[in-house]
Design a protein around this ligand. Structure first.
Ligand code: ADP
Ligand code: GLC
Length: 475
């Protein structure tokens, strides 16, 4: 199949979160299955700085609001993948992808309405007639609509897939303030008051909709888990499914990881002890091998559970443990963590940083990985921590529930610790349960770590499920 993979960020090029991991790994796995995949993404300033990629086609023009939007197409090669970038500097030559310093750009709806359309124009420009147009999240959620109204004939056999990585971000904006769409009068009767909701359009116009884990797909079909799109999802229930993301074991494997001080494997944990000491050194914490380390690497945002994490931290500081957090995002959360770290320098280390090296050091050097999300469409970090024998402490939600097995529920199969209620008391009780297990049952603890390391979530398996979904869409 010819697959046009439309996305706003890609690992190794530009990244803000797990979407980028998927946007590299899934196309690679699909191409390994023999499909021809081309990625289309915006040409951000960060890409221009890093690659100064050559133009790969003549300039293109889209007309909207009776004015031309002229853009260039530039090609970057990523592993064996072709990545075609839409170069429209007025929209994309900016410091950030979606925001500057946590302030979202006011014209994001305009930027990504244009991009969603430009992606199709790109396929035409390079004469790539796709069978499947695979869209991802709100940034590209209007592409199925543009495909639907396209009358060029170029896309006559193409079918669209809309993958929801995070349904909370919907791209909602006053319709009148999106100049690119102003002449699309037919959209006016699909507004929410005076606002257009991009994700709603994706759900309405895509041939198939999928979420990045089976459990999140189920949640999207409930009033509480649907991010207020219950009606839209249930209308399309027959076409909604869940496919679990994979873990890129070529990047996240203690046997070969170039970012960690000493490599290790399931039969020899000596290296893990060295990684722990190295992490304590890096984070300026006392170097004590017997003290358990709880690690966190994430965007500092409500989604990750901070509304109930922050109130329990003071209590957690009374325990023998060290907590290591690396993340960027909401300034209120980072202020809180900086303050608390000053009060408990031997127990809490917080680095306000986006660092691939530190992410790997935490996965390898910690004993536990904390990911008690409020909601979590799939979550990749818990899979990475399983691969490193770092036991995840997670909430029973979204993809976390699909990937971690709780010690209390299935002692013989357990790979981590799970709790239910999104409140501080339940979280604290779960962390205490994990710490107790560490101190009281060291042998069982190691056995659980080994079991965790044997968990396997391969992209090959996920890609086969996507292949099946594409076939269903084409039929
Ligand atoms: P989400 O996409 O919701 O942020 P995921 O767990 O799916 O959550 O993926 C997050 C990805 O972003 C992982 O690859 C993780 O290592 C990376 N990441 C998040 N925050 C940071 C950070 N501060 N430094 C380095 N990598 C980070
Ligand atoms: C989103 C979700 C995360 C998921 C990632 C990749 O950012 O928050 O749960 O793993 O996308 O699909």
């Amino acid at each position: 199949m010819k697959i046009l993979f439309v996305v706003s960020e890609v690992e190794d090029l530009v990244k803000t979160g797990g979407l980028a991991d998927v946007a590299k790994s899934l196309p690679l796995a699909l191409s390994e299955l023999g499909h021809e995949v081309i990625i289309v993404m915006p040409y951000y300033q960060a890409l221009a700085d890093k690659f100064s990629a050559a133009e790969c086609a003549p300039k293109q023009i889209l007309f909207a609001e009776n004015r031309p939007y002229e853009f260039a197409l530039r090609e970057i090669n990523l592993a064996q993948l072709r990545v075609i970038c839409v170069d429209y500097p007025a929209f994309f030559a900016r410091k950030g992808l979606y925001s500057d310093d946590y302030h979202a750009y006011g014209d994001n709806a305009e930027r990504f309405a244009f991009f969603a359309h430009a992606a199709l124009k790109t396929a035409q420009a390079i004469n790539f007639k796709p069978d499947i147009v695979h869209c991802n999240d709100w940034h590209t959620a209007l592409t199925p609509y543009f495909l639907h109204i396209d009358d060029s004939g170029f896309f006559s056999k193409a079918r669209s897939i809309f993958t929801i990585h995070n349904g909370a971000y919907q791209g909602t904006h006053r319709f009148a303030d999106i100049p690119y769409l102003r002449l699309h009068y037919q959209l006016q009767n699909q507004l929410d008051g005076d606002a257009l909701n991009f994700v709603r359009m994706g759900i309405r116009y895509a041939n198939k909709i999928n979420a990045v884990s089976p459990n999140y797909a189920q949640e999207l079909l409930t009033p509480l888990g649907s991010h207020h799109l219950f009606y839209e999802f249930t209308q399309r229930q027959q076409d909604v499914s869940g496919i679990l993301n994979g873990c890129d074991y070529s990047q996240w494997d203690p046997v070969s990881d170039p970012h960690i001080v000493e490599r290790y494997d399931v039969d020899n944990f000596q290296g893990k002890a060295a990684c722990k000491a190295d992490l304590q050194r890096e984070m300026a914490l006392p170097i004590i091998s017997s003290t358990p380390i709880i690690g966190m690497v994430c965007r500092l945002t409500e989604q990750k559970g901070f509304s109930f994490i922050l109130p329990m931290l003071e209590h957690l500081m009374q325990h023998e443990m060290q907590l290591v957090i690396v993340g960027t995002g909401d300034p209120e959360i980072s202020h809180f963590l900086h303050d608390l770290a000053k009060q408990h320098p031997a127990k809490l280390a917080f680095h306000e940083d986006f660092s691939v090296r530190k992410a790997h050091m935490i996965e390898a050097g910690s004993d536990f990985f904390l990911m008690p999300s409020l909601f979590e469409p799939c979550g990749l970090n818990q899979m990475y921590s399983l691969a490193f024998g770092t036991l995840p402490i997670v909430r029973a939600v979204g993809g976390l529930k699909d990937t971690v097995i709780d010690l209390a529920q299935q002692p013989e199969a357990a790979t981590g610790f799970i709790f239910d209620q999104p409140d501080s008391a339940s979280l604290l009780a779960c962390v205490e349960r994990a710490l107790l297990f560490y101190f009281e049952y060291p042998e069982k603890f190691v056995a659980t770590q080994k079991r965790a390391m044997h968990s396997r979530f391969t992209w090959q398996a996920s890609a086969k499920e996507y292949e099946q979904l594409y076939i269903e869409a084409l039929n």
